[in-house]
Write a new protein. Structure first.
Ligand code: IPE
Ligand code: IPE
Ligand code: MG
Length: 254
């Protein structure tokens, strides 16, 4: 049995009908609704981001415990720089503080943490922290639960960065035009070597992808819920997983 299937879930499942042997291999989550959650409570939006960070921790460990090998979360998009500078600065500070705290624990607890997105424009201290985490991830051996955190990530930006890298390899004679296949191009994406997401979840009632995993979501199943991200629980995830298991995936076949 695979390493990640061994541990029993420590949170009671809401969906009794959930088939633990038919779980998605890769779940993507757009962690949305932090601001509205805070507003409802008369709190500053940043309090919502702090609460959302706690939800991330709970859900990451739950995914590990029930045996979902890959989790990709959307934390900050290439469009989120449009927000007021104070909100962006607070999000970056929160991310730094929070990542500093969780990265080491997550590595100890059997995770491998990766970052998707262009880390260049991030505040230098945060970028260094992400790069250190990437180095650690590369050095960790054995099968681990993979968590990908999308930071300054945009699906279109990812495809463009991949196209630039491929173009450089073409000019250097390491690639040929004829050899460019779906699979070959995928190796230039942030998600190289990983399966595409089977299930993408968006809380907070918005019905859009907002530039999340544009390439990889081609055949993903989608689950939308009105629950705001800080209120998202393992039970809500179970509902999404149960809905996923009721879907019939055809991938263009019959
Ligand atoms: C998601 O929550 C977090 C980020 C985009 C950084 P929002 O901040 O978008 O919360 P709402 O959508 O305004 O409620
Ligand atoms: C998407 O949420 C990005 C993240 C959750 C990080 P947004 O709140 O930025 O998306 P829009 O603006 O509603 O499309
Ligand atoms: Mg939002």
């Amino acid at each position: 049995m695979a390493f990640w299937n061994r541990k029993k879930p420590d949170v009671p499942a809401a969906g009794e009908e959930l088939d633990r042997t038919q779980l998605p291999q890769h779940v993507g989550i757009i962690m949305d609704g932090n601001g509205r959650w805070a507003k409802k409570r008369g709190l500053p939006r940043t309090a919502g981001h702090a609460a959302g960070a706690e939800t991330f921790r709970t859900i990451a460990y739950y995914c590990r415990d029930i045996g979902i090998p890959y989790l990709t979360v959307y934390a900050f998009s290439t469009e989120n720089w449009k927000r007021p500078v104070e909100e962006v600065a607070t999000i970056m500070d929160l991310l730094h503080k929070y990542l500093l705290e969780v990265l080491e624990k997550m590595e100890r607890d059997g995770f491998r943490v990766h970052f998707f997105g262009n880390l260049e424009p991030l505040p230098p201290a945060l970028r260094d922290l992400c790069l250190r985490a990437e180095e650690t991830a590369a050095s960790l051996s054995g099968k681990r639960h993979q968590v990908n955190i999308c930071l300054n990530y945009g699906g279109r930006d990812e495809i463009l960065r991949a196209a630039q890298a491929w173009g450089r390899d073409l000019l250097a004679g390491r690639q040929t035009v004829e050899d460019l296949t779906d699979e070959a191009f995928s190796r230039y994406l942030d998600s190289r070597g990983m399966p595409d997401p089977d299930l993408i979840i968006r809380p907070s009632g918005e019905l859009r992808l907002s530039n999340f995993l544009t390439w990889q979501s081609a055949y993903a199943e989608f689950y939308f819920t009105d629950v705001l991200w800080p209120d998202f629980t393992p039970q809500v995830l179970d509902e999404a997983l149960a809905a996923f298991q009721r879907r019939q995936r055809r991938f263009g076949g019959v």
